[in-house]
Design a protein around this ligand. Structure first.
Ligand code: ADP
Length: 543
């Protein structure tokens, strides 16, 4: 027997409808090139999104066509998200930090029809425009006074494009499984792969990000998404905030700058923010140097790569709760969140330090399992390491225009490429990416745990561990470190001594090499492939 409930489609236009009616007066504050503090309301934002929808409607696109963006977190990017998805097109967010060849590849692979871009990125885009013959035109997200000079045809100004358009537009009624946005993985191995989100997956993921022990966004929050809108839809913040009625603060191009972030937090009363560990380090460095506080900030969501304990403890001193989260582009991105901070009194200090650095428990909606080399499920005992697999309504079922992928080899599951343990309470600990695991004498060493410990040393700016061949053990860990400025005296022996007693003795790296700068991926993670190339001929001193 079927239930007798309405089958209302879960679409992004329902977010617009709700937010306009209920939270239309709530504010969105943005930093842009043409205005250091632009502010308006959700009501105005969605009115302008309809003006943009009217303009796009004149281009005679077909439903499902891709509209690309190259933009920072700001209000025009938000309008483009909504105008394209609610009209039945797909908003393809492109990471401007990708190499030019990758940008050309994904524009052509996605068959983008129009590209919206921040003026900052025009030089990058103009240089590759000739290699993207399918693109019909380029819209620069600025006012006429700030338009760059160019000889190219079909370069339009965003504000001029929408200026005369009507604020009324009837969003089409879409099936909830219609595609709404597209984001490519950074492609550290092979070409980037497209993850195509649907209206339904996005709305369900939005509900998940609102739950109190996940991102817990409410109408009392002032949310500053630092994670870029070109990286997995800024972890869903642009949808969750209008649903909850949270004020939004968008830092534009200055998202990596500690001083700007501290100023925005204090002047706009930010209570919650989300980003990768690097931006939190930048903010901490600024706070330490300036003596500034961040009194309104209650919690930060940290994910994208492992958050070192030292960063969490440093934020404790500022009264900020650090909530660790794990996920990936293929998971919209939310997979697990660690709400141990909310139950701190239940732990001893030592246990709390241990539990808070893992990535937490699966969010309702995401099912996880760990499997061995024969694809047999491993126990949740906190010890067995296995390949981490997931499934759920916001996990990608296959890549865009790619029929076969190893990640989808097991029907109904997605293989994340991470290696993890899960304890009996469901807390997941990511030990490595499959391609980064170090096997010493047949046993796995968690490079992430060693890196976390090493980063706790006050003279270490960044640390990475890679496996290198060893005649006796097969592989042994090599620790690669960038020293803090003014910490030239730090030696390898200092670091090994520091790690002694903090991690298993046989996990202590056999050697430490110092470099001036870490190679990073387009999403700000340490690029271990480049480190392995840099140290390709390396031999351990005792080898
Ligand atoms: P990309 O694959 O493009 O670098 P993603 O954001 O999709 O970007 O990366 C997902 C991967 O990032 C995960 O599979 C995992 O390896 C890593 N990751 C994400 N969050 C965490 C975390 N909290 N701790 C450790 N690793 C993480």
């Amino acid at each position: 027997m079927q239930g007798l409930m309405m089958n209302a489609p879960l679409t992004i236009s329902s977010i617009v409808h709700h937010a306009e009616r209920v939270h239309g007066h709530k504010e969105i504050v943005s930093v842009t090139r043409d205005n250091p503090r632009h502010r308006y309301t959700y009501g105005q934002a969605f009115g302008r999104a309809r003006q943009l929808a009217n303009a796009i409607d004149r281009w005679n696109l077909s439903l499902g066509d891709r509209i690309a963006t190259f933009a920072w977190n700001d209000y025009r990017h938000l309008e483009t998200y909504y105008a394209s998805a609610c009209s039945g097109y797909v908003c393809h967010t492109i990471n401007p930090r990708l190499f030019p060849e990758q940008i050309v590849y994904i524009i052509n692979h996605a068959d983008d029809q129009w590209v919206f871009l921040d003026p900052d990125f025009w030089p990058i885009v103009e240089a590759v425009a000739d290699q993207c013959p399918g693109v019909k035109g380029w819209v620069i997200m600025t006012v006429p006074e700030h338009m760059p000079e160019t000889e190219r045809d079909n370069v339009l100004c965003y504000e001029a494009l929408i200026a005369e358009e009507n604020r009324e537009f009837d969003w089409p009624e879409l099936d909830e499984n219609t595609a709404c946005s597209l984001c490519y993985t950074s492609g550290t191995t092979g070409n980037p792969k497209g993850v195509l989100y649907s209206h339904r997956s996005t709305v369900l993921h939005t509900y998940a990000t609102l739950m109190p022990d996940t991102l817990g966004i409410s109408c009392r929050d002032v949310v500053m998404p630092i994670v870029p809108m070109f990286h997995v839809n800024a972890w869903g913040n642009p949808y969750a905030c209008p649903v909850a009625g949270a004020k939004m603060v968008m830092p534009g191009a200055k998202m990596g700058d500690g001083e700007t972030l501290a100023t925005l937090i204090n002047e706009e009363g930010v209570t919650m923010s989300a980003g990768v560990p690097t931006v939190w380090l930048n903010l901490l460095n600024h706070l330490r140097a300036s003596g500034q506080r961040v009194e309104t900030l209650e919690r930060i969501i940290v994910g994208g790569s492992a958050c070192p304990l030292s960063v969490m403890e440093a934020f404790d001193a500022y009264g900020v709760d650090t909530r660790h989260a794990w996920g990936m582009t293929e998971m919209s991105p939310l997979g697990t969140t660690n709400a141990a901070g909310a139950q701190r009194e239940g732990f001893t200090a030592e246990d709390f330090a241990k539990v808070r650095t893992n990535v937490g428990t699966p969010v309702f909606g995401v099912e996880v399992k760990i499997t061995d080399d024969d694809n047999q499920a491993l126990p949740w005992d906190g010890k067995a390491f296995g390949s981490l697999k997931v499934r759920g309504p916001w996990v990608c079922s296959s890549y865009f225009k790619l029929d076969d992928s190893e990640a989808h080899a097991e029907s109904g599951w997605f293989e994340t490429g991470d290696v993890a343990t899960v304890n009996r309470d469901g807390y997941v600990s990511i030990t490595d990416r499959t391609k980064d695991v170090i096997k010493s004498g047949g046993e796995w060493i968690s490079s992430i745990e060693v890196e976390n410990c090493a980063t706790g040393h006050p003279k270490v700016a960044e640390a990475a561990v890679i496996g290198r061949l060893h005649p006796k053990w097969g592989e042994r860990p090599l620790l690669i470190v960038v020293r803090n400025e003014d910490s030239a005296a730090l030696t390898g022996d200092d670091l090994k001594g520091y790690l002694d007693g903090k991690i298993a003795k046989w996990w202590i790296p056999d050697d430490v090499q110092f470099i001036d700068a870490m190679p990073h991926t387009a999403t700000g993670k340490i690029q271990k492939m480049d480190l392995r190339d840099m140290f390709a001929d390396y031999q351990f001193p005792d080898a």
